[in-house]
Design a binder for this molecule. Structure first.
Ligand SMILES: [Zn+2]
Length: 354
């Protein structure tokens, strides 16, 4: 076996079997405070690939931050082959203002590759890409739905890449969506640089939910196991096979008013099934919202106050939806079957907490 080597990053040398936190300076804010990008490096005792896990590239999509906190506790560099880089908050500016965007209103995920002398978003994208993404063979980037929307945990990958399909299968989220890459996105640039990317979409902006967090934590463990970086079961034989889709449709509110939703993310639907009813302020003149296709609901609106044209449901085109729906239910149950951390606190009366 190769002699273990230190991992050089940000002017530091991380010894094999140890971890280090590196703060990359980004910019000086209007008030004179400096801001920096926090990266934790776990460098294994044995050689292996480098993998990054990042969250909150959209500053309000914080589910991945909880996933990364768990990984930081659970992954032991002494038991690791290769290197894991954890970035709990990529959009450090949007995170503190609970915003998807940066203070200059730019979208970090449309700002790659960025540059050292560029906009705030460009500077951040540049450092993140050069110091983290380019160093890795694989990245797992965690997003959630926008505010007031919920996404069934799903892996999105570039279309037509066999290796990514295999890794997405190992991740074991209920659904895999193969879709084209967007210009300027992290996934698109990573693809051009030969870095494989899995994108996890899970849960709702500014909220944590257990299914999303457990899916994320278990998925990263399984991918690392699949790559031989940790000695764990990669779950390919024990987790149900995820459903795959390469087409999805949005279903929109047919009128403004109040939406009463009858189906949620994860549910199988048939063309013509009623998904919701949208009526006026007194519930009058309610219009049915029906599914235009057979498939699985992969995202739904959580805010009942809607304008005409607001997106209510996102449905993946998946044949045999009932069968797939039952499988999604069993994957969901398996993920939630593990004992939650801090479950004792969950027993507290709400009044006691408030
Ligand atoms: Zn996002």
């Amino acid at each position: 076996m190769d002699e273990p080597q230190a991992f050089a990053i940000g002017g530091r040398m991380v010894a094999p079997g140890s971890c280090a936190e590196i703060d990359f300076p980004i910019t000086t804010m209007a008030t004179g405070t400096t801001s920096s990008l926090a990266v934790r490096v776990l460098h294994g005792l044995r050689p292996g690939p480098a993998v990054f896990v990042s969250a909150a590239i959209h500053g309000d999509e914080i589910v991945g931050t909880a996933v990364i906190q768990r990984l930081a506790q659970e992954l032991d560099p002494r038991a690791l082959s290769g290197t894991v880089l954890l970035v709990p908050v990529a959009n450090i500016f949007g995170f503190i203002t609970h915003s998807r965007y940066l203070p200059d209103r730019r979208d970090l995920n449309r700002s790659f590759p960025g540059s050292a002398g560029g906009s705030l978003a460009g500077q951040l994208a540049h450092v993140f890409f050069r110091e983290v993404v380019e160093r890795c063979a694989l990245g797992i980037d965690i997003h959630s739905a926008a505010i007031h929307r919920y996404n069934l945990p799903q892996i999105r990958i570039a279309a037509g890449n066999k290796r990514l399909v295999e890794l997405a299968m190992a991740f074991g989220a209920p659904v895999i969506i193969e879709s084209p890459l967007r210009d300027g996105s992290l996934r698109e640039l990573a693809h051009r640089q030969g870095v494989d990317m899995l994108l996890l979409e899970a849960g709702e902006a500014l909220r944590f939910d257990r299914l999303s967090i457990e899916t994320g934590v278990a998925g990263v463990h399984r991918v690392l196991a699949h790559l031989g970086m940790v000695e764990e079961d990669d779950g390919l034989t024990t987790v149900g096979i995820p459903a795959r889709a390469n087409r999805s449709v949005w279903v929109r509110a047919p009128r403004g008013g109040v939406a009463l939703i009858e189906r949620e993310s994860g549910a199988p639907v048939r063309r013509g099934d009623v998904l919701a009813r949208v009526g006026g302020l007194f519930g009058e003149e309610a219009l049915e919202v029906t599914s235009p296709i057979d498939g699985i609901i992969i995202g739904h609106a959580t805010l009942p106050v809607v304008h005409q044209g607001d997106a209510l449901f996102h449905i993946a085109d998946i044949p045999h939806p009932e069968r797939v729906g039952a499988r999604i239910e069993s994957i969901t149950e398996a993920i939630l079957a593990s004992e939650p951390e801090g479950s004792a606190e969950a027993l507290l009366d709400e009044d006691e907490v408030v």
